[in-house]
Design a protein around this ligand. Structure first.
Ligand code: ZN
Length: 233
């Protein structure tokens, strides 16, 4: 009886072992199959959902890719970011000094005028003010560079040098560049000076320029006859 006992025991043990290894092998096969299926992308619909699903995790993945430069879908959302940069380089303010070969002057003052014109003009302006008339300096002493620029503009405007010099003389001929001429504004002030300037030795010189005055005669004496227009001479 004692000999009979072991075989059934060993049988049962072997059977148990077989069944256990069989289950283990089956389980491992199932696990292996599952891994392969996942790897190849043949998983269950439940596994696919997070990868392909539109709104959920898939959207997050696309957003993350959208931040990568060069993704065409998301360029519109990424390009506005650099746009706010204005990249403004501060422009240099217009500088008052302009001439390369000349000192510059405050043209609307007596700065740079000959002492004779300046003293006469100041007396005349004081008298005009006493009369309640506004007599202001529109253009007094000019630099040669400024005069040249005015002449260039006049040539452009009148079409030729010959026509232009009737209005704007070349620097070498201009009394403004010498500090011996003044243009007066407004027209009422120029008219007052035309009528009263002789008392102070200030005269209108040209027919075509009612604003242009020079110290042409002795104070209180009659002004010389007017010239039709300026000549480059
Ligand atoms: Zn003038």
């Amino acid at each position: 009886m004692t000999n009979d006992e072991p075989p059934p025991r060993s049988l049962s043990v072997r059977a148990r072992l077989l069944s256990v290894t069989g289950i283990a092998v089956l389980a491992s096969l199932l696990v292996w199959h599952g891994q392969i299926a996942d790897f190849l992308g043949f998983g269950s619909p439940g596994d696919k959902a997070p990868v392909v699903g539109g709104s959920g995790p898939a959207g997050r993945v696309l957003d993350a890719e959208g931040d990568v430069p060069g993704t065409p879908e998301h360029k519109p959302t990424t390009t506005p970011r650099p746009k706010p940069k204005p990249s403004k380089t501060p422009k240099p303010k217009p500088i008052k000094t302009k001439s390369t070969d000349n000192q510059t002057y405050d043209e609307e003052s007596t700065e740079g005028m000959s002492p004779k014109l300046r003293s006469r003009l100041l007396k005349a302006m004081a008298a005009a003010k006493a009369d309640g008339v506004d007599v202001r300096i529109n253009s007094g002493r000019r630099s040669a560079a400024k005069q040249r620029r005015l002449l260039d503009e006049a040539i452009e405007k009148y079409g030729s040098y010959k026509a232009a010099v009737r209005w704007v003389l070349p620097p070498e001929f201009s009394e403004h560049v010498k500090g011996r001429a003044v243009d007066i504004t407004p027209a009422t002030g120029a008219k007052w000076l035309e009528l009263n300037g002789y008392k102070y030795g200030i005269c209108r010189r040209y027919d075509n320029e009612p604003w242009h005055f020079e110290a042409l005669s002795a104070p209180g004496r009659k002004c010389p006859p007017r010239e039709p227009y300026a000549l480059a001479k």
